[in-house]
Unconditional design. Sequence first.
Length: 258
Amino acid sequence: QYSPDNVAGADGDIDPTEITFPGCSCLTSSCVVHVCSCLRHGENYNSLCLKPTDIEEEYARPVFECNAMCQCGESCQNRVVQKGLQFRLEVFKTEKKGWGLRTLEFIAKGRFVCEYAGEVLGFNEARRRIQAQTSKDSNYIIAVREHLHNGQIMETFVDPTYIGNVGRFLNHSCEPNLFMVPVRVDSMVPKLALFAATDISAGEELSYDYSGRFHNSPVTNREQKSLEEDNRLRKPCYCGSRTCASFLPWDSSLFSTP
């Protein structure tokens, strides 16, 4: 079933459509940084392009868009991801990777491309579904972990297996042309937004790193040893990049028993 937006999962613990954020009181056509309450962390976009994180900053800045309760208009520059697809994309059959997704037009670096949308699950339901899979099943469940300044970790699990959008057809690449950013609009449940990491030509396949390692530090020796031990459970990677790791990224946390 196609859905452009996240929906509540089978466990019903999280309603991604619920509006819990207060809106800004800006009466201008477009909100101004440090004046607008939604932009207190800084400006998010410049001419529809996501502003890059400063080199000096160790972590990515949180992205909050203006929401349904805000008094600013639909033309506000802080409304990008919520407007959905703006480019013509095509689902196509790849040679080795099953279905894939490509763009039919040029996409500039920093532009929002699409969301990875599906059922928003709680941890227990996500683990139940993962453990019920066989080696022949495709796994579409994504686990996004955000590390907060106080040491807490926020987890978001999205499964587009049964209900989702074109994002489910994106393949992994060890040298991707997209990167994922959690963007919040109406509540703390983020939209998993994919932005262009570079200029992308028409006809080019779209991809992102399933491990979320774009712009992150390289794999540590300890992590590498853990990954090598899990290789018997992992699926081969066919991205064809120069730095291909040979296997798709692996997250063992959802396979462990309580």
